[in-house]
Write a protein that binds this ligand. Structure first.
Ligand SMILES: [Fe+2]
Length: 208
């Protein structure tokens, strides 16, 4: 059972097979096999050209006139399954027409996980744009050590398995409420620093 299935407590529909470029672009690491008793780490994917520094901390990315379309919740865990409080989870996506804001911070923002390692964000379902086939939300997750960069795909949206970068392990299982809002649950699993990688007493003390 995957972490995502553990989170939702249900079997998932067919997630398809990875796209041609999933996890195989230069600079994107293949996800190593988990050690005994460890969780599979979240696959890392391309950052793309639209990541911006300086985005605001906020859990609601909606712009005036938007209706909520998806609520994403989940946890940030280390590879041993321990929740990571205070992890920074940054989200960025295109707007509904497939355009990224490179002047302001529309559909950009970050949240910090709570004491149980939980995060939540409300946003739109982004549009799609050439050359991508899948609607996707870019994410960076940082615990104690280096951030990982990935992207999430939304269950029930068209084009997922046609996308070159699609990865089944990055598909967010969703339910739909009475207002048509999707609720997706996804746990990120990131490898944390080891003793050998710690360089200061402070970083050692902060280790999960
Ligand atoms: Fe993108």
């Amino acid at each position: 059972m995957t972490v995502q299935e553990q989170a939702t407590g249900r079997e998932l529909v067919d997630r398809g097979v990875p796209g041609a470029q999933a996890g195989r672009r230069p600079g994107v690491r293949q996800t190593p096999a988990p050690g005994p008793g460890e969780l599979q780490q979240t696959p890392q994917e391309i950052e793309g050209p639209y990541y911006r520094l300086g985005t605001p901390q906020r859990s609601n990315l909606l712009e005036p006139g938007d209706k909520p379309e998806i609520v994403l919740t989940g946890r940030v865990l280390n590879e041993k399954g321990t929740p990571i409080p205070g992890a920074v989870v940054s989200f960025w996506s295109s707007d509904a027409a497939g355009n990224y804001d490179m002047v302001g911070y529309r559909y950009n923002g970050w949240v910090a996980t709570d004491e149980q390692g939980r995060y939540a964000v409300t946003t739109i379902i982004p549009g799609c744009y050439e050359p991508r086939e899948a609607k996707h939300i870019h994410v960076k997750v940082q615990g104690n050590s280096r951030p990982i960069t990935t992207q999430l795909y939304i269950e029930g949206e068209p084009g997922n398995t046609d996308d070159d970068f699609y990865h089944p392990a990055l598909l967010v299982p969703c339910t739909v409420d009475e207002n048509g809002v999707k609720h997706g649950t996804y746990d990120f699993v990131i490898k944390q620093v080891t003793d050998a990688e710690n360089v200061t007493p402070e970083s050692l003390a902060a280790r999960v």
